[in-house]
Write a protein that binds this ligand. Structure first.
Ligand code: NAD
Ligand code: UD2
Length: 310
């Protein structure tokens, strides 16, 4: 890799800021483009001279082009990550979640930058594959504007690959967790909500019986994969699931959190969320054959990391 900066869109957010830290730790220069709608300056080491923050929107084509200028590669993570926000406001979230991707592709074509990482989502599978490990060939069934924008972005990246030689490394994240995940919305990641409420002694709400399962993946493990994808001589063809093929129920999660705090605040149950997926688990065969997987950070260790107890 050259000394030229890596552009990280959404770099002030949860996942992006961990990637920025890792790139800076490797001695690289990083440019972040983030509109700070969810991201925060405080997530970034602003005093590091190799870091530059451009505050602005990926929907602004001219700004994306300026941000990319002189960069060697892009990690395109900027998006309105809340599925519910896309349901409530499909027009505005489309600007961030789809037009932003198109602007990145066009700027790369114009400037001859090839390598781009893209943060897609398990949401592209909708309810298909429920109850079994979902592999990448499972038929896609985007049920929300968020999922449709992610899937459309994948298709456009593939078009730019075939037509213009872009090298997209596309990841479909399952449930990522760790420090800096924002718990402030009811639709934030369940681990961020439960741990914050346990820490503050506030009641916890479980939607449904708590036996629904998710495939939780610690953010530091994800960052190792993203770094490999940036540096690999060739990109893996096709999208790659990011999960451990391991199901954890919310009840198991609560037991772990209770173990760390020596107890839990009151836990109540409400009706399941409409459309909630019962079981979501990644078939990660392609991930295993394409990348050097770090040892999985166990849930308890990840929770300790999140809570600053490690
Ligand atoms: P996040 O909200 O912390 O990060 C997203 C960042 O993008 C924020 O800093 C936000 O300010 C920025 N942003 C949003 N719209 C923007 C715009 N129009 N222009 C510039 N910046 C903008 O969320 P995250 O969990 O770190 O998600 C990172 C990426 O991973 C997103 O693309 C998200 O869809 C994807 N993803 C996350 C998960 C997960 O489990 N966290 C799962 C699947 C996919
Ligand atoms: C995740 C992603 C979403 C999308 C989707 C793909 C997050 C935050 N969301 O949604 O972006 O990629 O996967 O399928 O990563 N829950 C409670 N109590 C709470 C909050 C949540 O019981 O206070 C339940 C919720 O009903 C669900 C489970 O916890 O059954 C996980 O919820 P989530 O919002 O963390 O993630 P998910 O899998 O619905």
């Amino acid at each position: 890799m050259s000394d030229a900066p890596v552009l990280v869109t959404g770099g002030a957010g949860f996942i992006g800021s961990h990637l920025v830290d890792a790139l800076l730790a490797q001695g690289r220069s990083v440019r972040v483009l983030d509109n700070l709608s969810m991201g925060k300056r405080s997530n970034l080491p602003m005093d590091n001279p190799r870091l530059q923050l451009l505050e602005g929107d990926v929907a602004d084509a001219a700004l994306v082009s300026e941000a990319l200028s002189g960069c060697q590669a892009v990690a395109h993570l900027a998006a309105v990550a809340s599925v519910q926000a896309s349901v409530d406001d499909p027009v505005s979230t489309h600007q961030s979640n789809f037009v932003g991707t198109l602007n990145v592709c066009e700027a790369m074509r114009e400037q001859g930058v090839k390598r781009v990482l893209f943060a897609s989502s398990a949401a592209v599978y909708g309810n298909n594959g429920e109850g079994q490990a979902i592999d990448e060939d499972t038929p896609k069934a985007p049920l929300t504007p968020y999922a449709a924008d992610k899937l459309a972005s994948e298709h456009y990246l593939d078009f730019y690959r075939r037509q213009h030689g872009l090298q997209p490394a596309v990841f479909r994240f399952f449930n990522i967790f760790g420090p800096r995940q924002d718990p402030s919305s009811p639709y934030s990641g369940v681990i961020s909500i439960f741990t914050q409420r346990a820490q503050q002694g506030l009641p916890i709400t479980v939607f449904g019986d708590g036996e629904q399962t998710r495939d939780f993946f610690y953010v530091a493990d994800l960052v190792e994969l993203l770094l490999q994808a940036l540096l690999a001589p060739q990109v893996v063809s096709g999208a790659v699931n990011v999960g451990w093929n391991q199901a954890t129920s919310l009840n198991q999660l609560l037991a772990e959190i209770g173990g760390l705090f020596g107890g839990l605040p009151p836990v109540s149950h409400q009706a399941p969320r409409p459309g909630d997926i019962r079981h979501s688990r990644a078939d990660n065969g392609r991930l295993r054959s394409s990348y050097r997987l770090p040892p999985a950070t166990p849930l308890r260790k990840g929770l300790q990391g999140l809570l600053g107890l490690d």
